[in-house]
Design a protein around this ligand. Structure first.
Ligand SMILES: CC(C)(COP(=O)(O)OP(=O)(O)OC[C@H]1O[C@@H](n2cnc3c(N)ncnc32)[C@H](O)[C@@H]1OP(=O)(O)O)[C@@H](O)C(=O)NCCC(=O)NCCS
Length: 186
């Protein structure tokens, strides 16, 4: 049974986080954070580490004006990333819909970074022309479930026992957030 990460130390001063568009030179750090989430067996359907080379095409599909990929830095170190990708292979009817992915470095989890980054991305969506955000996560990913609930996502589907992770059947939750095109966040 995978264990959830222990409670981290004092909560970070989130104001110190610097959030910016990722550049290709950030890809090794982005991949490293992603790969560290794999052994926990509650975040991703990948079961072995991915390589930087395998992620180059994925990286290049991002676009700060439509499908951003942001990194969050603390004292110059990349500690987290959040990105939007096009939904359903990017077919045009889904232009205003994007899937959100969020990964926090293991030692920086449970300190409010994930909540803050997702909130910021939601606030940015009207500028991107995104009116529906899709979040897909394993049903035992309690942290993502809690963040989504708090930020107003509704659970639109639960595909039970559709995956096998470390020999255990796991389900997939699909959640949606509707964002009015003219929403203005302060
Ligand atoms: C899921 C993830 C993004 C959450 O980010 P985070 O910065 O750790 O979360 P926060 O500190 O903002 O906490 C958000 C909520 O989740 C809860 N939470 C955080 N980690 C948790 C854990 N391991 N188990 C249970 N609850 C957890 C917090 O208590 C908080 O609950 P609340 O809103 O009711 O107070 C982060 O843990 C992560 O990167 N995990 C690995 C990758 C992953 O699962 N990404 C999502 C893939 S779909």
């Amino acid at each position: 049974m995978p264990s959830t990460p222990p409670l981290a130390g004092p909560r970070l001063a989130l104001a110190q986080l610097r959030v910016r568009d990722a550049i290709e030179a950030d890809l090794p750090a982005i991949v490293d954070i992603y790969n560290h989430s794999i052994p926990g067996a509650w975040s991703t359907a990948d079961t072995k580490p991915v390589t930087v080379a395998e992620r180059v095409d994925w990286f290049r599909k991002h676009d700060p004006l439509k499908r951003p990929l942001w990194v969050a830095e603390l004292d110059g170190q990349i500690v987290a990333w959040i990105g939007l990708t096009s939904f359903y292979a990017g077919r045009p009817a889904y232009d205003a819909t994007a899937e959100v992915s969020l990964y926090i470095g293991t030692e920086f989890q449970r300190q409010g970074i994930g909540s803050q980054l997702k909130r910021r991305m939601i606030e940015h969506c009207p500028k991107l022309g995104v009116t529906t955000l899709v979040s897909m996560h394993f049903d035992h990913n309690e942290a993502t479930r809690r963040i989504n609930r708090r930020l107003g996502f509704e659970e639109a589907g639960h595909l039970r026992e559709i995956a096998v992770v470390n020999g255990q059947p796991r389900g997939l939750v699909i959640s949606l957030l509707r964002i009015p095109a003219d929403a203005i966040y302060s």
